[in-house]
Design a protein around this ligand. Sequence first.
Ligand code: PMP
Length: 407
Amino acid sequence: NSTLDVHAIRQEFPVLHQHINGKPLVYFDNAATSQKPRVVIEALKQYYEQYNANIHRGAHHLAVRATEAYEQSREAARRFLNASSTDEILFVRGVTEAVNLVADCLSRSLLQEGDEVLISAMEHHSNIVPWQMACERTGATLKVIPVKENGELDTAQADALLSARTKVLSVVHISNALGSINPVKELIRKAKARGALTFIDGAQGAVHLPIDVQDLDCDFYAFSGHKVYAPTGIGVLYGRRSVLEKLPPYHGGGEMIKEVTFEKTTYNELPFKYEAGTPNIADAIALRYAIEFVEQIGKEAMLHHEQALLHYATDLVSRIDGLQVIGQAKEKAGILSFVIEGVHHHDIGVLLDNMGVAIRTGHHCTQPLMRCLGLEGTSRASFAVYNTPEEVERFAEALKKAANMLR
Ligand code: PMP
């Protein structure tokens, strides 16, 4: 039983109110990116219409206003992750940039030949490739925690793979391909006991779960704004202060310096040491409005609502002949992956689109996971706070029609 006023929430999302191919839009591709509420769109408009200016160095009124709004957003992100200080909140483009930042900085400092980086078999490409690049550069080895057939991480194998050689554990909080919620707190505790640094990919986790980085006790936690109702091009990397202080900077340039001479440069304090150049000011400012939007509704209420939609959808589509749900973890967020025997996922996507229903099909940037599961890809419906049971029914009806047409 949802306590949300979904009807009122939908009114805040202009994009939802349109017809696609003559049918009312059902937007079920939220794990790829979510739609934006009016407050976020308005924040962007207000910034450009009223106080666009470069931040942190201007003496004039607009620069002061823009700087204040930018730093207020950092405070909102700190609260969102319950970090102890805004010094530990770095603005980045998204999770992809966050992983690249950390992997690159570690490859130029801590990582050495013979070290190991431990990830999982259900990682998004963005939490695989930067680590492979870091391993290539340093001679470290990439190790992989396997996934069980039901889509849960094989935590017993994780225990066996963690050793004194493990320098980094980097795992996804919620799988974007399967919806599995991973027991990251337990994994972080075990990795820390071996002296490893820990990175959590919160691209989906931060959207659906309350996050407390102090309670998790991770060294890094990253999320992308665009999946949590904020604009594209802005994300957050939490980094533990003691670790960030030890690591070298990432990009060099303006803002990240204290003093520059041709002989030597000294670096700025946290968080500015990691924010070279003019940042994405407008989208960073708008992120705060998205965070406040989520806080007002409450993540528990959102998760509850999305899981109710997941269960309803799972129940309805399971009645379709030959349909198999991929990913049946006990702990699961509002992401439903499935395959239908004898039907290609791409064709399902096209037919559903003809009926106004937007889903994602393919490998979901998790090719190694698909290979482990013996699949080329899946169809994926993913739910957000503004989705309704009626939309789930329209989706299930459309899917049934599509499956019948394709067989
Ligand atoms: N990790 C996961 C689990 C994701 O779902 C995504 C986005 N699909 C990413 C990482 C990458 O995020 P971004 O493209 O916003 O950098």
